[in-house]
Design a protein around this ligand. Sequence first.
Ligand code: IPE
Ligand code: IPE
Ligand code: MG
Ligand code: MG
Ligand code: MG
Length: 282
Amino acid sequence: MADAGAMARRAIGIALADIDGEVAEAMRYSTAGGKGFRAFLVSEGARLHGISNDAIAPVAGAIEAIHAYSLVHDDLPCMDDDDMRRGQLTVHRKWDEAIAVLAGDGLQTIAYQLIADADDLIADQKTDLIGSLARASGIHGMVGGQEMDIVAEKRAEPMSIDEITKLQAGKTGALITWSATAGPVLMSSDIAPLKTYGDALGLAFQIADDVLDIEGDPSATGKAVGKDEGRGKATFVSLLGLDGAKRRATELVDTAIDALHSYDENADLLRELARFAVERDR
Ligand code: IPE
Ligand code: IPE
Ligand code: MG
Ligand code: MG
Ligand code: MG
């Protein structure tokens, strides 16, 4: 996972080369850490479909740039109002809100630039990736889920399980499924196994994040813990309790792993990743 994260950072770094100023600096700063979970998914899904890391590096950079943008904006005072991210000050605390908004905007758009400029992809492949990434990150995906997340904070009655599932599939699941399916999308292969895997993994991943908000250690997570309940966040933990949410996450990991059977032992790293998603401490 660390290698995939480094590959994504390199791709972003090349696109930002020679650009001076605080916004570019904030873009480099906010992509400097992180687990590289989504880049690893891109790289493994691509490998399973015969695509090399060299060819996929800009795509890994693109998803990590979109993810970093989502985090920079998620941390803003008008959203979750957080001071720490990846073990360092959030962008609006290190600089200011204007720089954070612009760095997020810059990260979002550089993602599409990376795919459009990718040397080893042909035009049809770029169109497919750009279109699907726009849907996964915009109002049909991440942005839509983030909207539900902040609506839930202000709503008196709790959300139903279906609503929370939709919220989390949007805010977190969509980018994870996009990452898992980029490989088969690029080769016009069947996306069904990796889509089922990604959908289940995305939900499990967000449940683990919500569990870490209660049980996690900020020195490992690199961000504040114990915030979701006070802000009235709608999560599987708020609805099912800690044990119920953990059980649900384990079921989802089983679903994710079951979906990989057609890849045989070639998908062992993705199986390991699914277990990591819920066992992680960061
Ligand atoms: C955090 O994502 C935000 C969620 C969608 C839960 P990650 O846990 O992947 O954060 P980084 O990239 O490792 O910092
Ligand atoms: C964030 O979910 C998901 C996105 C940024 C799209 P959270 O708000 O729970 O993520 P953390 O806990 O701040 O990383
Ligand atoms: Mg949030
Ligand atoms: Mg947050
Ligand atoms: Mg969280």
